[in-house]
Design a protein around this ligand. Structure first.
Ligand code: ATP
Length: 321
């Protein structure tokens, strides 16, 4: 394969730049021409495709966000527009693409591959850690550390004022960020969509804490559970402390990527180029048991997650009391 392209798609995640850099540099080292696509599938459709050189990826490994920009592109769900996008690749002789994004981005890539013969490799780039076929996604670790930093600050004020602070964190339908933040930050409770009856469990835990004389709590609430305000309304009548909710918001998406995310992104980016060089496509790269692995790209929606989140939830509950 002589020419490949790389794009970032869906929600941005710290470490995407490290992956772009690795794809570009490894491709160049192998004598493969590499193109960048701006704004994900939107840029592919609008022909925002350019030849990348070393200077484009210089000095980006420690930058959050994505220098290629990212966007949602609903038109890409329509085969007519995918054909235009594919033509924009083909007219430049681009035979393979690396798509860094979430499972929605993988679906688009899969269709592009099946309909137009473009070889695709998906890399899991999302803070949510919600992609089947990988233990970790690029951006999750950095985001977790951002949450932990905020959590420490909120704990200072929660302790001083003897309050219960409900902290809503991202994750879409997945509870990984909230649960890991609870485990790593010594949270006093956690609500995740994967657990049954978590509200009842939370009230029980907090009552238990009151019996021990503890008059402050930091509770992690995964956004997939619902509105944190509804949780606050429910809790207010059940616990003796003043309850406040905080939505951490988009600060979770930014920041310099952690060492873990940079190494993960770099190794995955390099693997993606090796796969395309060997003529392989229709695959996603993951990390399982500390080894890089590949799966058919459709594994992201057809496969089942290995992570036993309920077991870790039980541990978090045990430690929260
Ligand atoms: P994140 O989880 O971080 O939001 P994502 O990749 O899942 O990332 P989506 O918004 O679901 O984010 O998808 C990104 C883009 O992928 C969409 O804007 C669209 O262009 C394309 N895409 C998503 N689903 C499909 C689909 N079913 N068919 C074709 N293209 C799709």
């Amino acid at each position: 394969m002589k020419r490949i392209a790389v794009l970032t798609s869906g929600g941005d995640a710290p470490g995407m730049n490290a992956a772009v850099r690795a794809v570009a540099k490894v491709a160049m080292a192998k004598g493969i021409e590499v193109f960048g696509v701006k704004r994900g599938y939107l840029g592919m459709l609008h022909d925002e495709i350019f030849r990348m050189d070393g200077s484009y990826v210089s000095g980006i490994i420690d930058r959050g966000g994505t220098v290629l920009l990212t966007a949602r592109c609903l038109e890409f769900k329509d085969p007519k527009f995918r054909a235009i996008a594919a033509e924009n690749l083909k007219k430049r002789g681009i035979e393979g693409i690396v798509v860094i994004g979430g499972d929605g981005s993988y679906r688009g890539a899969d269709l592009l591959s099946k309909e137009h013969g473009i070889k695709v490799v998906g890399l899991p780039g999302t803070i949510d850690n919600d992609i089947v076929g990988t233990d970790y996604t690029i951006g999750f670790d950095t985001c977790l550390n951002t949450i932990l930093d905020a959590m420490s600050k909120l704990r200072d004020t929660a302790t001083s004022h003897e309050r219960t602070i409900l902290m809503e964190v991202m994750g879409r339908h997945a509870g990984d960020l909230a649960l890991h933040a609870c485990l790593a930050g010594g949270g006093d409770g956690v609500l995740i969509p994967e657990a049954e009856n978590p509200l009842e469990m939370l009230v029980y835990q907090i009552k238990e804490r009151r019996r021990q004389g503890k008059l402050h709590d930091i509770v992690l609430v995964a956004e997939g559970v619902g509105k944190v305000q509804d949780v606050e309304d429910y809790m207010r009548e059940k616990v003796s402390t003043e309850v406040r909710s905080v939505v951490l918001g988009h600060v979770q998406r930014g920041g310099t990527p952690s060492g873990f995310d940079r190494v993960l992104a770099t190794k995955m980016g390099a693997r993606a180029v090796e796969l395309l060089e060997q003529g392989e496509g229709g695959v996603m790269v993951g990390i399982e048991n500390n080894q890089l692995v590949t799966h058919p790209i459709s594994f992201a929606w057809e496969g089942t997650r290995k992570y036993d989140i309920k077991k870790d939830y039980e541990l978090a509950v045990m430690l929260s009391k």
